[in-house]
Design a protein around this ligand. Structure first.
Ligand code: SF4
Length: 272
């Protein structure tokens, strides 16, 4: 059973009501859901349907995701490997000095901030659950787990969603930097939606059971085609569904792309 973290110094001062996003305009919501379903299918046709790898250790995933903040996968992996090689048990990390942890995770960047948070989070976990084996979280209510961990400094909605999806197999759709960019380009969410708002707006749109598939395929699309700079729209499997394709790759006499009619969502308004 997940317990509340009230009273610890680790709590964020003002916790927003993350779970209370209101979705309005049911008609537009249906259009957005239908479009998201088509996108999911189109990507599975192009890239295949990624298969979940099975349960992992939630705490390992949690620490790794904290290390991934503001860095790339390679640096995250190097930092995580150094941390695990230097400290055989999470208990040893908790009891190490912040400077020792910072030195181990230095390749991930922001090592002072991340080491402080990792140490605090491990202490909170030990105090709250008396174990570093958080496997039981996978059998708890994911909304309750989310609410509890969002109260901790250093853990945002992306971090806890990654843990719940990758380690536990829950049907939750994490929004990382690639997913955030692609959702905005596809106009599934407003242009100015933050990553956090995008998370809440996307949850009701993703077809049931497809969070893992869509997340992994968006990652692949974001790394190879829909890159931050110069997206390769002509070779994108979503170009006929994407309102941004023409802006990036205007159709010219020399050669066009597959864009086949309007795919925008009109004046969809989804508000918090
Ligand atoms: S068509 Fe272009 S902007 Fe749209 S998702 Fe594909 S690569 Fe990204």
């Amino acid at each position: 059973m997940v317990t509340q973290a009230a009273g610890t110094s680790l709590l964020k001062r003002s916790q927003k009501q993350h779970l209370n996003v209101r979705v309005t305009e049911a008609v537009d919501l249906e259009a957005a859901k239908e479009k998201t379903a088509r996108i999911t299918l189109r990507l599975e046709e192009a890239f295949g349907e990624p298969q979940w790898q099975g349960r992992g250790k939630p705490l390992n995933s949690l620490i790794k995701t904290i290390l991934s903040q503001s860095t790339n996968d390679r640096n995250r992996d190097v930092a995580y490997r150094r941390l695990r090689e230097r400290f055989a048990e999470w208990e040893l990390v908790m009891n190490a000095s912040q400077a020792e942890i910072a030195e181990a995770i230095r390749p991930a960047g922001l090592s002072n901030q991340k080491s402080q948070r990792i140490k605090q989070i491990l202490a909170w976990i030990k105090q709250t659950y008396a174990t570093f084996d958080l496997s039981f979280l996978c059998d708890s209510d994911p909304e309750e787990v989310t609410r509890t961990f969002l109260q901790l400094k250093g853990i945002g909605i992306k971090t806890i969603s990654v843990v719940l999806m990758f380690s536990c197999g829950h049907d939750i759709f994490p929004v990382d930097t690639h997913v955030h960019r692609i959702c905005r380009r596809l106009k599934l969410v407003p242009d100015k939606a933050s990553a956090e708002k995008t998370h809440w707006l996307m949850q009701p749109l993703v077809p049931a059971g497809k969070s893992y598939s869509l997340h992994m395929n968006f990652l692949r699309l974001g790394r190879t085609i829909c890159r931050a700079q110069k997206p390769k729209c002509p070779e994108c499997p979503l170009n006929s569904l994407c309102p941004s394709a023409e802006a990036f790759w205007p159709v010219t006499a020399k050669g066009g792309h597959e864009h086949s009619g309007s795919s925008g969502l009109g004046n969809r308004q989804i508000l918090t």
